[in-house]
Write a protein that binds this ligand. Structure first.
Ligand code: NCD
Length: 335
């Protein structure tokens, strides 16, 4: 693979038994920002090789045998937690899930205390989701194991951007040159932020569409075109990425009403028709049907990649766990 922004054709769906070299030079995966295109491409190529494995009856390849993986989620999660758990298990690791409520104790204390306690149990990889931006970075500095950011506040959600990229690459055969519209609550979305970093690194054009109150102040600095009119913004795009309203991160009033939001920014057939022929719809989930997206569109298998995104989530997380484990003490390719 090259280190350029060249279009990256997907490798054929493999069975995870091929040895894919990945030029990844970090101990952790804390964000997409800071990764170079060849690292991203490497992770995606390896993930592609795991798609076939997950479609087999025997889905296991014991690369992480003997390793301990802890899922530490300070925020609710369905697909991210489940897919990290499955990814760990498919690679043969012992996987433990911990859900932590942040309510009663000060966040800083809880986080550091928990990190130090878990560290003493000698895990190899910690998967962490936290409601404060920067918390996972902080935690990574306190532990000896590899850390994966499974979402920190409104900052980053790197494995979501990677699984979105894999889904796009498998559908279009490339990322470079595509136009992607990220729509709705961009301001509070870590999914948007990680996708903006990844898609721009890989040569896609990015549009951000939403009400002015829900667009990030730095939108143009991020290299994206900004639209407050959904129809205008959707003209000629290849991918429409919808986002959930992150009400848990909103203090105050960002919207007149949900009805008004759906009317202006909810994706329905009429608005979707402004996109390019062959355009597709993506959504990281969880979806609020009738708020940011019409049910019929979300469930249309011709245009919706939402279920494919979930499938790619497991493959991408297997890839990330595999690559990080290679850099652990005593890590390295095992056959
Ligand atoms: C996203 C998240 O947690 O940031 N969900 C996910 O991981 N698939 C998006 C969201 O919560 O809206």
């Amino acid at each position: 693979m090259t280190g350029s922004n060249s279009p990256s054709a997907p490798t054929p769906t493999g069975t995870g038994t091929e040895q894919v070299e990945v030029p990844y030079n970090h101990r952790h995966l804390l964000g997409i920002q800071g990764l170079v295109p060849r690292e991203i491409t490497g992770l995606l190529d390896l993930a592609d090789s795991y798609v076939g494995l997950s479609r087999q009856v025997d889905k296991k390849r014991p690369l992480l045998k003997g390793r301990t993986l802890i899922n530490l989620f300070f925020e609710p999660s369905t697909r991210t937690q489940a897919s990290f758990e499955l990814a760990g298990k498919r690679l043969g690791a012992d996987t433990v899930n911990m859900s932590v409520r942040t309510s009663s104790v000060t966040k800083g204390e809880t986080l550091i205390d928990t990190a130090v306690t878990l560290n003493a149990m000698r895990p190899d990889i910690l998967i962490v989701r936290h409601n404060s931006s920067g918390a996972v970075d902080l935690l990574a500095q306190k532990v000896d194991c590899a850390v994966v950011n499974a979402g920190d506040g409104s900052n980053e959600h790197p494995t979501q951007a990677l699984l979105d990229a894999l889904t796009i690459r498998r559908r279009f055969g490339r990322i470079e040159g595509l136009t992607v519209a990220i729509c709705g609550d961009v301001r509070h979305s870590r999914v948007a932020r990680s996708n903006i970093h990844l898609l721009s690194a890989m040569g896609a054009r990015i549009r951000l569409i939403g009400p002015p109150t829900l667009l990030p102040p730095s939108a143009e600095r991020l290299g994206a075109e900004v639209f407050t009119d959904m129809r205008e913004g959707l003209k000629g795009v290849d991918i429409v990425m919808m986002l959930r309203l992150q009400s848990e991160r909103m203090e105050g009033n960002y919207l007149p009403s949900l009805r008004e939001f759906y009317h202006l920014y909810g994706l329905d057939r009429e608005k979707f028709d402004y996109a390019n022929p062959g355009a597709v719809i993506m959504h990281p989930g969880p979806m609020n049907r009738g708020v940011e997206i019409e049910s019929a569109l979300a469930d249309d298998p011709e245009i919706s990649l939402i279920q494919e995104q979930v499938e790619m989530g497991v493959a991408v997380r297997m890839s990330v766990l595999d690559v990080l484990s290679r850099r652990l003490p005593n890590g390295g390719p095992k056959q």
